[in-house]
Ligand binder design. Structure first.
Ligand code: UD1
Ligand code: UDP
Length: 385
């Protein structure tokens, strides 16, 4: 069976990497890895860590690209690739524009789509934008829905997806996380280039004797006023807690880089650094005291490591860790962020109540369930494109 795996951004690459490895290790699969290059540097960082060489690279990223650029380039690029390679099934992940446009291209050509990380919903197409729209559309065209949790399965059933098309697998991000953690636990971990760079060039404080808050942010709905409020909160916190370090690997999107660098550079305890290789990021995540983020993937990883997470969004499609008490929504709101972080820094019992290690998003075996389901599926051989 010819299985094409398509992805283009950092989070998709991290979450698809274990699937690439598992498919390549499955003899009955002829696996084709196609990257769109929606992200360039941040995608390449992941490909290197997981030692993946794509078979096809659309290399489409343009600085400051908009949704029209990415959607049209992926759609047209995938038309030709699908016609040339004739895969029997196309695997896409989550809710990016790469996933949406690649799934649409496969649908136009009658090729079955497998949707990894299916069924996440806020039920508000404006938030996250455009991701909620993207994943709902993929949900309409997919043949196989690999839902990470029981509640994501319920969302799909509620939209009329037949039960036999839904497989609850856990999230592949936990497979990736466990894989990297295992590597970080080996005795030569500190010699790994990404960790060495982090410790000798990127951070200039002792991680073991300083409490630090790990920060990321990139959501489109926070551009403009949202990022101004987030930066104001970080500045107020850095001044109020001079012995706490604030580490912020800044996303390469110019809409993020500009406000963050303009507003919070130059503070002795705010560390604005380049996006980190996944391995170095996990190394930091394991040692962080608190996580402040608007990321989807980090909401899934941090609970596994027992880290309290404050999420700078109004709604989340990942309610499991909120219910368990390790994730709280604070919005992109200066007052809420300052209050939330201050409470965790000052109130030990509030901190301990959120610092529970648990794995609501998976057991690290998601990709073997996905490969098993694809192997058993009755997919007609695709020869007439
Ligand atoms: C994209 C996804 C979002 C996902 C996020 C993960 C869409 C619409 N958005 O958002 O769902 O959560 O990735 O990070 O699919 N850039 C670089 N180098 C890189 C990556 C980005 O320079 O390696 C800059 C470029 O100027 C690019 C801009 O960032 O134009 C925006 O990238 P884009 O993929 O369009 O949007 P993200 O905000 O990264
Ligand atoms: N991540 C990383 N380096 C960083 C910041 C994040 O490798 O500097 C990882 C993080 O561990 C998670 C993923 O990138 O697995 C999340 O990506 P992002 O926040 O860009 O996208 P989202 O998950 O919100 O779609």
């Amino acid at each position: 069976m010819k299985v094409m795996i398509v992805f283009g951004t950092r989070p998709e690459a991290i979450k698809m990497a274990p699937l690439v490895h598992a498919c390549k290790a499955t003899p009955e699969f002829d696996t084709i890895v196609c990257v769109t290059g929606q992200h360039r540097q941040m995608l390449d960082q992941v490909l290197e860590i997981f030692d993946i060489q794509p078979d096809i690279d659309l290399d489409l990223m343009k600085a400051g690209q908009d949704l029209f650029d990415v959607t049209s380039s992926v759609l047209l690029g995938m038309r030709d690739i699908l016609k040339t390679h004739k895969p029997d099934i196309v695997c896409v992940h989550g809710d990016t524009t790469t996933a949406y446009a690649a799934a649409t291209a496969a649908f136009y050509l009658g090729i079955p789509v497998a949707h990894i990380e299916a069924g996440l919903r806020t039920h508000d197409v404006q938030s996250p934008f455009p991701e909620e729209f993207n994943r709902q559309v993929i949900g309409k065209v997919a043949t196989f829905h690999f839902a990470p949790t029981a509640s994501t399965r319920e969302n799909l059933l509620g939209e009329g997806v037949p039960a036999e098309r839904i497989f609850v697998t856990g999230n592949t991000v936990i497979d990736a996380l466990f894989w990297v953690i295992a590597r970080l636990e080996t005795k030569d971990a500190l010699q790994r280039p990404s960790i060495n760079r982090l410790l000798t060039e990127q951070l200039h404080f002792d991680l073991s004797s300083n409490r630090f808050v790990l920060i990321t942010g990139h959501r489109r709905e926070n551009f403009g006023q949202g990022f101004l409020s987030i930066c104001e909160a970080i500045k107020q916190l850095a001044i109020a807690f001079p012995s706490v370090q604030f580490v912020y690997p800044v996303h390469l999107n110019p809409n993020v880089q500009a406000p963050v660098k303009d507003l919070i550079s130059g503070h002795q305890n705010i560390h604005l650094i380049e996006p980190l290789e996944y391995e170095a990021f996990v190394y930091l995540l394991k040692r962080a005291y608190i996580v402040l983020t608007d990321s989807g993937g980090i909401q899934e990883e941090a609970p596994s490591l027992g880290k309290p997470v404050l999420v700078m969004r109004e709604v989340t499609e990942r309610p499991e860790a909120v219910t368990a008490g390790t994730v709280k929504l604070v919005g992109a709101n200066t007052e809420n962020i300052v209050k939330g972080i201050s409470t965790l820094l000052c109130d030990e019992s509030a901190y301990q109540a959120m610092a529970l290690a648990h794995n609501p998003y998976g057991d690290g075996k998601a990709v073997s369930r996905i490969v098993d389901a694809i192997s058993r599926a009755q997919i007609p051989k695709n020869s007439d494109l």
